[in-house]
Design a protein. Structure first.
Length: 339
């Protein structure tokens, strides 16, 4: 592939965003932890595998150790890699500087494409620019919707966090909430900030912000508990990631609070909690779809010159609400680790 040919052509008007997903064949995959690289060769894929030249794609995220949300993103990416005859190299680090180093590592490996999250865009700006200078196409996913075009990415797949936050705030109004605390588990993460800002923009009650250390779950629990004891009028705890919602439920119990818990993001444990009534609802941004479309988008670009969203508009994967009315349908897929 002549990487120098990936410069985006001029367009007179945005194209309609189209995400093409063909029949998927899931391949057996090896497990790895954040910050370490592992390769998915797609050896177990049987039907529907592309016969295009082998590609090597790097997926670099800001996953923190133990955050199962990213396992779902990775499964989607691995499914696309198996179908598209791609060697997928996954690496992650919640520290933005370290994540930038991982992008540089991918450049040094001369990969054919990079999919990256931009939770802290300024810290990734230089690394992305180096990838572009090396002629390596870069797409964004999950975080960085406001910055992907400025950084020169080809495409973006994810959720508009401000829109999701506003939808959450509207939902709080509908259920009659009066005082909500928005629990931020990673300070400086622009997507989390946008979620809370969106809630505050639309929610007619009081919105409080509580910063916690998301890498230390016992600390998260004690901090939320202390906040609930300090302010008994809080009637909703809003967590910004699925792993933190069950912990918030424990905090409510420890504080003797009457507050209810709702959250952004989803996993199989959370669907069970919604079914049990412990958690009221969740916003699903479909992380499996984000990983799948990011990797598949790079394959489509290399083999057919396609830009999802025309290179001008993001491809939105959320928000969608999961509550007692539809959790039974979603839980079937959550058990498989794909929702």
């Amino acid at each position: 592939m002549d990487r120098s040919s990936h410069t985006r052509p001029r367009r007179t008007a945005p194209f309609v965003a189209v995400a093409a997903a063909t029949a998927l064949t899931l391949a057996g995959c090896s497990s790895g932890s954040g910050g370490k690289e592992s390769e998915e060769g797609g050896a177990d894929a049987s039907a529907g595998k592309a016969n295009t030249p082998r590609m090597k794609v790097a997926l670099v995220t800001h996953q923190a150790p133990g955050d199962t949300f990213w396992d779902i993103v990775r499964k989607g990416a691995e499914a696309a890699a198996a179908k598209d005859n791609i060697d997928l190299v996954y690496s992650a680090d919640p520290n933005a500087g370290n994540q930038a180093t991982l992008v540089q590592n991918a450049i040094d490996q001369k990969v054919d494409g990079i999919a990256v999250t931009l939770a802290k865009p300024d810290a990734l700006k230089e690394a992305v620019a180096k990838a572009n200078a090396a002629g390596i196409p870069v797409v964004g996913l999950n975080s960085g919707l406001s910055d992907w075009k400025d950084l020169g990415l080809l495409e973006f797949f994810g959720q508009d966090e401000s829109v999701a936050g506003e939808a959450f705030g509207k939902k709080l109004n509908e259920v009659g909430a009066k005082n909500a605390v928005c629990v931020v588990h990673e300070q400086g993460n622009v997507g989390l900030t946008q979620r809370c800002d969106g809630v505050e923009e639309v929610f007619e009650g009081e919105t409080q912000i509580l910063n916690v250390n998301g890498t230390d779950m016992p600390s998260v629990k004690s901090t939320i508990t202390a906040k609930l004891k300090q302010d008994p009028s809080i009637d909703y705890v809003v967590t910004l990631g699925a792993p933190f919602a069950p912990t918030a439920v424990q905090s409510v119990g420890d504080a003797g609070s009457e507050a209810k818990v709702a959250t952004f993001d989803l996993n199989k444990e959370l669907t069970k909690a919604i079914e049990a009534g412990d958690i009221q609802f969740a916003v699903d941004q479909q992380p499996y779809l984000q990983g799948y479309l990011a990797v598949d988008g790079l394959w489509l670009y290399r083999n057919n010159g396609n830009y999802s969203g025309g290179g001008e508009q993001p491809v939105l994967t959320g928000p969608a609400f999961v509550d007692e009315s539809n959790v039974d349908v979603v839980s079937e897929y959550a058990v498989k680790g794909t929702r």
